[in-house]
Design a protein around this ligand. Sequence first.
Ligand SMILES: C[S@@+](CC[C@H](N)C(=O)[O-])C[C@H]1O[C@@H](n2cnc3c(N)ncnc32)[C@H](O)[C@@H]1O
Length: 421
Amino acid sequence: MPTPRIVELAQIIASRTDELKEHLTSNDLPEPSFSPEGPIDAFGSATSDVQQAKNSVVEAAIELRQLLEGPVRSLLPEVSNFAPLAAIHRFKIATHVPMEGGITFSDLASLCGLLEHDLRRVIRYAATHHRVFCEPEKGLVAHTAASKLLAENEMFENLMGLTFAECWPAHSKAVDAMAERSEEPDRSGYALANSTNLNMFEFLAQHPDRAKRFARAMSSTSPASLDALASYFDWASLPDGSTVVDVGGAQGHVSFHLARKFPHISFVVQDLPEVVEGAEATMPEDLKERVKFFGHNMFNEQPVRDAEVYLLRYVLHDWPDKYCVNILQCLVPALKRGAKVVVQEHLLPEPGTLSLLQEMQLRSMDAIMMTLFNSRERDIEDWRTIFETANSNYCGFLATRVKANPSTGIIQVEWADKDSP
Ligand SMILES: C[S@@+](CC[C@H](N)C(=O)[O-])C[C@H]1O[C@@H](n2cnc3c(N)ncnc32)[C@H](O)[C@@H]1O
């Protein structure tokens, strides 16, 4: 009789967890733990083999759980209500819990301005479902690694805000948006959830605090992703004094990263005026000469002419196809022969060709794009079509998946200017 799948999965978990234990022991590293003293990312500094072992264990554990719990649980998953996490974010509960010892439900409720019974159920739900907070003795709330992170690290505050204050309400309206069969960003789940006829960026422009949180959440991008951008396009071969225009560059974190690696290049960071406002004042001293900010709406003609590179990093996936075509067409009057357009984006795979975790991450991102913008993630052929539709002078289309993270890639095209003499 063949080995049942659940046994195979258990064997994968056991053998690959041994590799993880070996890595921790031989490098004298702390083991993963929910305690506030536990590591944030126990395998963050590990080699790609160890990362691979970790991903195999997680994927096997997901499949094993799904098989053991059966199809009913797949349809009605245990975690489908994010109100408790949204409440933890909104009422800043983590900041009111002391780092040492604990606090009673009643004291915590008054600090947060909540009814005690509401607070108690939020905490107990989050403790069991998400390991956020624990109750070391009955009635006393204390930190776990996750709640401590939220209390101490402003970046997580911004990311939770983006997830639970912006995305979550919009997800529940995405099906209403789908029923409208609209491909307009101002009829997305996000627009419906906010009772607005504006697209998300126009709406955020009217809500500066939320816009700031969005911009800060965007700047939390992983260093590995920025390193991929730095290494999958040959920035070093650009002539001395070259200019890169970072279209939709937010507050400049991508240009800062590239500017530090390539001191012979200057950068113009373009974004909506309200996004770039004040960015120059907070710029690192060493980059002030080479990075400039410029308020510009990318649906208007590109004003910075004859740059060597126009970079669009995670900008186009926010827009339905016809808008992407329009953005690329707005670059055209500025392009000199040989200018490059460089795009960093997710690249959808053929179903089942990436690992389960990678494909889950991509499908989640695709669903978020639908919810927020009525836009989508795209595969390589979709990207080729967008460039071809925008202008036949966009030549030499080259899309390369990033080896360490093949769900993303770098696309480059060159402006051929076939019509000029
Ligand atoms: C997903 S963020 C990407 C930010 C940055 N490129 C990065 O890689 O982190 C998309 C950016 O596009 C900007 N954006 C949206 N609409 C725009 C417009 N009409 N003109 C210029 N920038 C715009 C947003 O403000 C935001 O900073």
